[in-house]
Design a binder for this molecule. Structure first.
Ligand code: DQA
Length: 156
């Protein structure tokens, strides 16, 4: 690249993976729905996938809406992209919606299960309108797909 060419690649190589309420219980929580892998297992897959793309994965889990909002705000200007499984907050947290709307990079909404195939109250996601894209229903494989999606967005 010459000195006058501008790279589209953001200065930061950090992908922030956020896990919402009750995801700390993966492995023991409704294994028929969410599988037997733990959150740590999923984070390991996401970390390895990020490394393959020259990216760094940071993970935070919280059961608290305000903590997730603080983490999203702190990612502005610091992280290149966000992957978020907001758990049940997906279905009613307009505050998480508003926080993500201000983030400048790609946002992937991730769900292990397919909420659209479950109870009607799970069919609405208030996060989806501010996500670049959504990955649902692929269980743990979704973590790999989500990192690949962010990497592709960042290199395009
Ligand atoms: C979930 C789906 C949500 O409806 C639920 O409240 C969760 C997990 C998923 O990953 O499938 O906590 O986000």
């Amino acid at each position: 690249m010459s000195e006058h060419e501008v790279s589209n690649r953001p200065a930061s190589s950090i992908i922030l993976l956020l896990s919402g309420p009750n995801l700390n219980l993966l492995g023991e929580r409704e294994p028929d729905v969410y599988g037997t892998d733990t959150l740590e297992d999923h984070v390991a897959v996401a970390t390895a996938t990020a490394q393959q793309h020259g990216l760094v994965l940071e993970h935070q889990q919280s059961n608290l809406e305000g903590t997730l909002i603080d983490l999203i705000q702190q990612a502005r200007g610091r992280c290149a992209g966000i992957i978020i499984n907001p758990g049940a907050f997906s279905h009613y947290s307009w505050a998480i919606h508003d926080a993500l709307a201000v983030f400048e990079g790609p946002v992937v909404e991730l769900h292990l299960s397919n909420p659209n195939a479950r109870e009607p109250w799970r069919h609405i996601s208030v996060v989806s309108p501010v996500a670049t894209g959504t990955i649902v229903g692929f269980g743990g494989h979704g973590y790999e797909l989500a990192v690949q999606a962010v990497a592709r967005q960042l290199s395009s």
